[in-house]
Design a protein. Structure first.
Length: 551
């Protein structure tokens, strides 16, 4: 067998220097030296069944660990297949490094087989996109890729490595660069003083915690801030868990398509303290429709410009430090009104209603209630995009950061199954559940084979309604009828078993919870198909549409 190419070894050494544990991908003819070099390294190459799955795995790994997940593919079609997950990572502020092959420099400049300008294709969906022009450039380019991906605001980056660069000899003495970590700065005292002045005269401030607060590890600081000042806290869908839903100051998650219970807390507020919130998480018009709230923006970078998000003062720096210093600078405590308790009571009542609903197919409320009953406080649920996400994000009580994951930047379907594999690799001692609609499940269900082969156990709960349920919901809501949303499904039990996984079919409401508990305890790859009655969708939006305030 031919010796490994020096440049391929150098790439792998640079990845090891960055602390990379996994590379998710599919090899191609043009990057065989790289894949072969990984075989002799400390890095585990996870062979997937579709490049889209590799990108989603890298994204969820990056989201849970804060270290850039790495996705690899060949040139042309393989690289292009990565793009959905790469774009999802960028819009969800998650560090990912995508590395693909490219044709050799000897023909990239002309019309030739499989030549596509990949750097230009990836540029709009990444923080940085580049092609390695030589083996000598690789240490600098790989260090820059990881530094760029992981520095706030994090996102995906892309590096193309031409075939002849990957197989080139490396100049003597060339080594990976040392890793330097960008440290967040302390907040400006002037910014803190301005924010404290706003709170000194505020009547009813409210806190909105987003995904950035989770990334910053600011959960404890956020609880202290809320308790010290007596402030209610709502989260975005992406921020669920950064403030525990069983805390007496919790308002729940905001972002539903209708004016939900939690929105009444924002209706009453005159000051919005947003902590780690990013506008891609949801449109700020939903919480500041009249543009009349004073906004204190606490994050590690300035806010995007939006007419409904006029920032009165931006506190930029380490989020935990900012919260601690601001709490100490405000010499008053606010009185929590009854809105928060009413919101929590209404959500508890929905969950209790779900526990008692025995109809079949199951109501979404029953499914959410049984998932919550089966999962521990630190176990991880990934709720795929669709009606599943709406029910889970609204109702699923979440107590720890990063234990209920959704895609709310790009809202991509199909991320939950590959993402569950990555979540289990990141946290092997936690139980992991992918909650997905039947439409989203079949978009990346081939990764069941990857999970079985790699012996990475998790449970997939497929909500079966034989339709793209969220689109049907939206059509019925706005048009009064729906069309072109229904489809057929395979036998999900046989389908799971054909991959070597275990399959379960729920045939009564009382079967779901014991089946969930058994599948989670068995610690193997399992698929549970549960028929869901989505007639509750319109019931919910009609109910919320009739709500009037103030609470």
């Amino acid at each position: 067998m031919a010796a490994q190419a020096d440049a391929a070894r150098l790439i792998v050494q640079a990845l090891e220097a960055e602390g990379v544990e996994y590379v998710f991908g599919i090899p191609g003819e043009e990057n065989i030296h790289f894949v072969d070099a990984l075989k002799d390294s400390s890095i585990r190459y996870v062979l997937v069944r579709h490049e889209q799955g590799a990108a989603f795995m890298a994204e969820i790994y990056g989201r849970l660990t804060g270290k850039a997940g790495v996705a690899s593919a060949t040139l042309g079609p393989g690289a292009i297949n990565l793009q959905l997950g790469v774009a999802d990572a960028t819009t969800n502020s998650t560090p990912v490094v995508a590395i693909t092959a490219q044709v050799g420099l000897d023909r990239i400049y002309k019309e030739s087989h499989q030549v596509v300008d990949l750097v230009s294709l990836f540029r709009p969906i990444t923080k940085w996109s580049e092609l390695a022009p030589s083996a000598r450039a690789l240490p600098e380019l790989i260090r820059k890729a990881f530094k760029t991906a992981q520095t706030e605001r994090p996102g995906a980056v892309y590096l193309a490595i031409p075939e002849d660069v990957e197989s080139a000899p490396v100049p003597g003495g060339l080594r990976p660069l040392p890793v330097n970590v960008v440290r967040p700065q302390d907040p400006s005292p002037a910014q803190i003083a301005r924010a404290a002045d706003i709170l000194a005269t505020a009547r009813r401030p409210i806190v909105l915690a987003g995904h950035g607060a989770t990334r910053a590890g600011a959960a404890q600081a956020l609880v202290r801030f809320s308790e010290r000042l007596g402030l209610p806290v709502a989260t975005t869908f992406n921020g669920k868990g950064v403030f525990p839903d069983d805390h007496r100051h919790a308002l729940g998650a905001v972002g539903f398509m209708r004016h939900d219970y939690v929105n009444f807390g924002f209706d009453e507020a005159d000051v919005l303290i947003s902590v780690g919130y990013e506008l891609q998480e949801f449109d700020p018009v939903k919480i500041n429709p009249e543009r009349d709230k004073k906004i204190i923006h606490i994050h590690r970078f300035p806010a995007e410009v939006d007419d409904h998000y006029p920032v009165a003062v931006g506190v930029h720096g380490d989020i935990s430090r900012s919260l601690h210093v601001l709490a100490d600078a405000v010499h008053r405590r606010f009185e929590i009104n009854g809105t928060g308790e009413k919101v929590r009571r209404l959500l508890r009542e929905e969950l209790e209603q779900g526990r008692s609903e025995g109809g079949f197919p199951l109501s979404p409320r029953r499914v959410v209630a049984d998932i919550r009953e089966a999962m521990g406080r630190e176990d991880i649920v990934l709720a795929d995009t669709g009606a599943v996400k709406m029910w889970m994000a609204r109702m699923y009580p979440t107590y720890e950061p990063n234990t209920m994951l959704v895609s709310n930047g790009l809202s991509s379907m199909g991320f939950a199954v590959p993402g569950a594999l990555a979540a289990k690799l990141a946290y092997p001692r936690r139980r992991v559940l992918a909650a997905t609609g039947d439409g989203a499940f079949l978009m990346n269900s081939q990764e069941l084979e990857t999970a079985v082969r790699e012996r990475v156990p998790f449970v997939v709960l497929v909500w079966v309604d034989d339709a793209y349920g969220l689109i049907e919901w939206k059509m019925d809501l706005e048009l009064g009828r729906d069309s072109n949303v229904s489809f057929g499904n395979p036998d999900f039990v046989k389908y799971a078993e054909s991959f070597g996984a275990r399959g379960y079919r729920i045939e009564s409401a009382d079967e779901l919870l014991p089946t969930l508990r058994k599948a989670l305890a068995d610690d193997v790859v399992s698929v549970i198909a549960v028929p869901v009655d989505y007639s509750a969708n319109l019931e919910l939006t009609d109910k919320l549409g009739e709500l009037t305030g103030p609470f």
